[in-house]
Design a protein around this ligand. Sequence first.
Ligand code: ADP
Length: 611
Amino acid sequence: MKLSIRWKVALGSLLAVTCGLAIAGLLAMQSLEQQEISQLNDILDARSNLVEYSLQPAFAAPPSPGQQTHLRDIVRQLGARALARVTVVAADGTVIADSAVDDAGLAAVENHLSRPEIQQALATGQGRDIRASQTTGSRTMYRAIRTELRDGGRPVILRLGLPMTMLEEETAKLQRHLAIAIGAAFLIALLLSLWMARSITKPLSDIADAARRLSAGDATIRIHTHSHDEVGLLGETLNHMTDQLRTKIDELSEDRAQLLAMLTSMVEGVMVLDCRGRILQVNPALERMFDVRRTEIRGQISTEVLAHPELNSLITTILANRAGQEAEITLTPGGRCLHIETSVAGCERENEACAVLVFHDITELRRLEKIRKDFVANVSHELRTPLTSIKGYVEALLDGGKDNPETAVNFLAIILKQSDRLNLILEDLLELSKIESGRVSFKEDPLDIRSLIERTLSMIKPLADKKGHRLISNIDGQIPPIAGDESRLAQVLTNLLDNAVKYTPEQGTITVTAKSLPDQTVELAVTDTGLGIPEQDRPRVFERFYRVDKARSREMGGTGLGLAIVKHIVEGHGGQVWVEAHPPQGSRFLVRLPITRQARSAAHTMDDKIQ
Ligand code: ADP
């Protein structure tokens, strides 16, 4: 059985009080009884002396039947007066007279020699005993006195028996009173011990309650004790502990939140492993990279979950060697390229961070590197072609070509053409690098697209006419002004129209359309009926030096940079450019540009009015 401290204290003190009361009661009873017995002894002594004195004459008379009868009468009378049983016993134990027995019954009275008080009296002159009388049946106090007969006859024993009924009644009464007193004391002790137990245990149970709430996570709990004893000290210590705990929890939560925020906002994927390669933590970037869920993979063996051969061998190696390492892997499918940095702590216990792997997605970096390499190769190639040609013709001139004026003029014309081409490439490259480096800031003037198209078309017309092309413009009536740099956008349109003229066989049709779209943009389209661009080349024609047909492009005098410049200018204006097929023949280049802010707010106002 589980008892609370309150009950333990209450029952303990109650038990102590009860034992004390019982012992005290017992001792009181004993001492009272002894006192009563000693008083009774005194009374018995006095009475027996008096009776002995009164019987002296009867004992002095010579023995005769008359004397015997007289003795018995006196004994009965003395017994009645002394309120005691008076017995005269001969030295051989024969009862001579007894106030409690009549003459006829005397013969049947048992020999009293074996009675302890008689034995004592015979031996020492007097004797005492307390016992239940065999004759009367009641508990009796006896006193026996040996009386020497004057004529030298054998001594007789005078015995007085005082019934102890009175004493027993008194004792019982006393016991009753004592029991009542003990009962009352017990009740008071019960109440007092309960009150005392409560006052001692209440602060303790308050503290226990507070500790329970604390362990359940309620760190705001305060213990209020008014006592200045050990319990008060315990309460204060617990309060202090709670404060420290709360501070620590706050600090830890803050650290954890910061750490989580850092991990969550990182573009790099992070994975934390324990010494056995179990995943302890991953961040959202890693979830995206490997298309996994944190909740599903936490606690799992990393090599089983991620199942990438190179990554698995990297993890196995770093955990075995307990040393960081770097590696690069390519994910399949997707082809993303990841650079992995690892660092290993020497921790040997399970579920404790042992290795941290950081995954950098370097796909874009690798792509740019490839573009840069391609670009360098392309530039060298593009520059080398006219240069080789110039060098070849100069050498031919020196080798004698100059001596023939006709050949010399022809060669010099070719050298001039190649120099112009070289110049064109360099100009385009410079332009492109200027735009890319952000050194060119585009103006944001409101431009009327109609006049821009018309001016560009009139510029390109002589070229188109040379090839017998038809130039058509189809411009919507209400086109809001666009925000842009006029000369740059003219360059965009010129490049597109120039390409359309170049890559459309003679007698083609080139159409320029312009319309405004509901998403506050203006769409320009340059459509031709030319060679068209195969689907797989379409996204790439905007790359530098990308040509669908290299030989033809060069033959036509193209640098391979025109569309790259178009893309940069359009995107610099916040627009988009792309190319589509134009069935059954030709291509359509589309440019979308945002309209001016004023035009946008005017359009909003119009919309509101209509609604
Ligand atoms: P280029 O100076 O070679 O014309 P561009 O960057 O202007 O360079 O164009 C890139 C490539 O796109 C061209 O070499 C050509 O193959 C292709 N191209 C561009 N415009 C058209 C068009 N209207 N029709 C067919 N092919 C085109």
